[in-house]
Design a protein around this ligand. Structure first.
Ligand code: AMP
Ligand code: MG
Length: 312
């Protein structure tokens, strides 16, 4: 984002340079060059996070869900506080600038830690500038629309951080595993999702996509905890035990989604998530680093403010 963008000018309506138009269209899949008339800020994964390289196939079995980056739990918790403070400061600037936005997507298998990550990472962020949406089984009205409609309704406007707890990816995950639509329908969706995210990017939204990667053993422990502890009963869905039987099919569906929808403008980030404190730290650090790279700026003061006197 350059300073030449005036008050009523935003990344979504950048004037098109005809000489570059054809280059823009072809370069989008290979480099984070111009999209929508500006060079978007792409996510900056923290060390320890595995970025799925666009065009490559990811193998989840090859990524260690137990990784802890060599941190101690106490140390990681302290560092998390520092990352939260960075997010809070940068969020205020993003909100004040009112030009761009951030969409943070969380996907994971049941018990993967989406709720806990959101609670820990966004603690202390000004609620006025941040909205969380949790997507459940679509309603009949939602199913009457195209599959992206309900997600598009909740993408963050200028200045906002939007958090998706589950997302448009459910439509190539649970929908695929449970055979809710015919295969040719969900197969086409990968490309439609890439186009959707490109549209958001073109309009000034940076899209960060986290896949919280836990092991099958870890899921067993977390489900057992939800059964054993009365305070966790509300989170336990007996259906999760049935879904667990489809563990392999889900891993395969995640691998396909991550491989087909990792783009230079919105790459998939795999987070080792067996250790909650490590997961929280690397997610928070990625968000802080990405916001810092966006470098939102306070708008210029209205002329003549300095030296104004407030009358009694
Ligand atoms: P939870 O996030 O645990 O509250 O559960 C939400 C449920 O909604 C999960 O079982 C998801 O698989 C399901 N869900 C979310 N999006 C969709 C979708 N597009 N189609 C079908 N089921 C969905
Ligand atoms: Mg659930």
């Amino acid at each position: 984002m350059t300073k030449k963008h005036g008050k009523h000018h935003h990344p979504g309506d950048g004037e098109k340079n005809p000489a570059k138009a054809s280059q823009d269209e072809t370069s989008a899949e290979t480099s984070p060059a111009m999209i929508g008339g500006h060079v978007p800020t792409v996510p900056k994964p923290a060390p320890g996070i595995v970025m799925v390289e666009p065009g490559k196939t990811v193998s989840l079995a090859a990524i260690d869900a137990n990784a802890d980056g060599g941190f101690e739990k106490g140390e990681a918790k302290e560092l998390l506080q520092a990352e939260r403070a960075r997010i809070q400061v940068l969020q205020e600037r993003l909100y004040a600038e009112h030009k761009r936005s951030l969409l943070v997507v969380f996907q994971a298998i049941d018990t993967g830690g989406k709720d806990g990550t959101i609670r820990n990472v966004f603690e202390g962020v000004n609620p006025q500038g941040c909205r969380v949406w949790s997507f459940k089984v679509p309603s009949a009205a939602e199913l009457d629309q195209d599959f992206l409609w309900r997600y598009h309704l909740h993408t963050p406007g200028r200045g906002m951080i939007g958090v998706f707890n589950r997302s448009h990816y459910e439509d190539v995950l649970v929908v695929r595993v449970k055979d809710l639509v015919p295969e040719p329908v969900w197969r086409e969706r990968y490309g439609l999702i890439n186009d959707f995210e490109r549209l958001l990017t073109a309009s000034g939204t940076t899209v960060i996509k986290f896949f919280l990667h836990i092991s099958k053993d870890e899921q067993k422990e977390r489900l057992e905890a939800r059964i054993a502890e009365p305070d966790k009963h509300w989170k336990f869905d007996p259906g999760d035990l049935i879904e667990r039987k489809s563990w392999d099919a889900y891993q395969k569906a995640f691998e396909d989604a991550l491989s087909r929808c990792s783009t230079p403008y919105a790459p998939w980030l795999v987070v080792p998530a067996n250790r909650k404190w490590y997961r929280n730290l690397v997610v928070a650090r990625t968000i802080a680093d990405t916001l810092e790279a966006m470098n939102p700026e306070f708008p210029e003061a209205k002329e003549g403010i300095a030296g104004l006197k407030v009358e009694d």
